[in-house]
Write a protein that binds this ligand. Sequence first.
Ligand code: AMP
Length: 425
Amino acid sequence: MGKKITQKPRGTKDIWGEDQKYFKYVQNVFETVAEEAGFGKIETPAFEDTKLFERGVGKETDVGKEMYTFKDKSGNSLTLRPEGTAPVVRAYLENGMQSQPQPVNLYYFSNFFRYERPQAGRYREFWQLGLEVIGDKSPLVDANIIATVSRIYKKLNIKNISIQINSMGCAICRPKYIKILKKYYSGNLNKLCPDCKKRYKTNPLRLLDCKNEKCVVLQAEAPQLINNLCSACHDHFKTVLEYIDELEINYDLNPKIVRGLDYYTGTVFEVWNEKDGAQSSLGGGGRYDGLVELLGGSKTPAVGFGGGVERTMEEMEREGVEFVEKKNVNIFVAQLGSKARKKCFKLLNDLLDAGIGAEARFDKGGIGEQLKVASKLGVEYTLLIGQREAFDGTVIIKDMASGNQEVFPYEKVVKVMTKRLNKPE
Ligand code: AMP
């Protein structure tokens, strides 16, 4: 009997084969859009001092309660990153990015960890693509992030999405609104689900995005923050909307978008897949003018977005989005006989040295078997060396589409292929 195989931890996955094609494609499209818009990539550590997330995310928020926290061998409390914004702000402060021209535009494509109950679209390790603009308070920056996000999904050819927008107000108007909201709910406490009874005390804004049927009924009549914004927040929000109108981006004003994390202020938005609505949000973001200060910096406005990569891939599969994969292997090298095998081995490595993608199967003897592999790989050319070519010092170049065959001296082959495949010499 074989030994038992160790399995991956619950809620994690291997990304390979077909999934890896989607994963790579999403990453390529996202990174190209981000770089073309002037964002620079940042990689931060997969774990941070626990204090960073306790301050930046809050212990009592949904994300704060799901953290993977552990002590290392020196007794330091560390946490696997549950989200990307607090680490990026930490890096901004620690690396002195405040003294660079503002704003600083950063993007990331990283894995995150949350101890959640695994289910469809919800994992314990998952990937997010993210954008952060730190150091600019203009409403145009909010509009520009929304435009960039909209461009990402457009370039991925995802059609069934909608952008849901709201404003969460600021330190002046939000507390006043929360009082109004609590007053509304105070007469209805017995109608709330047990979680919302707690939210009433700890995080009343979250009363607005509970999915429980009873709570949804109460939400319909609840006073809306958008009608209670101070004049600065009102003007800011109005400008954001005017600018995204200018780009003809479709959005819905949605008073229920309140985002789970404590640090959001002003504009907040989510990208939904239209079929599943809030149950499957592809991503979310907004303005977080309070976070830099909360993490020890000077008062600095900022705005960002984080999108789930797995959910994006799942939506692409569901919509049957087709894309052309960048092909890295254009040539198959086939051999017949032991002398030819050695020459083919050299030819294969000469091609790779020249930056031309090529494969061979040295364990397969018959030429028929090897050609089958070549057509399965979908290569443009097969290069053949049989006993005769090995003796003559030549190579047969077979064009797989037309079936044409030509013979070239071995020394010329890499040059000929470089030209035919339009590779830089
Ligand atoms: P959040 O940081 O909670 O605003 O999440 C932003 C996006 O990340 C969500 O809209 C999801 O697409 C994705 N996401 C969050 N948590 C998970 C998870 N546990 N598994 C997979 N994707 C997730």
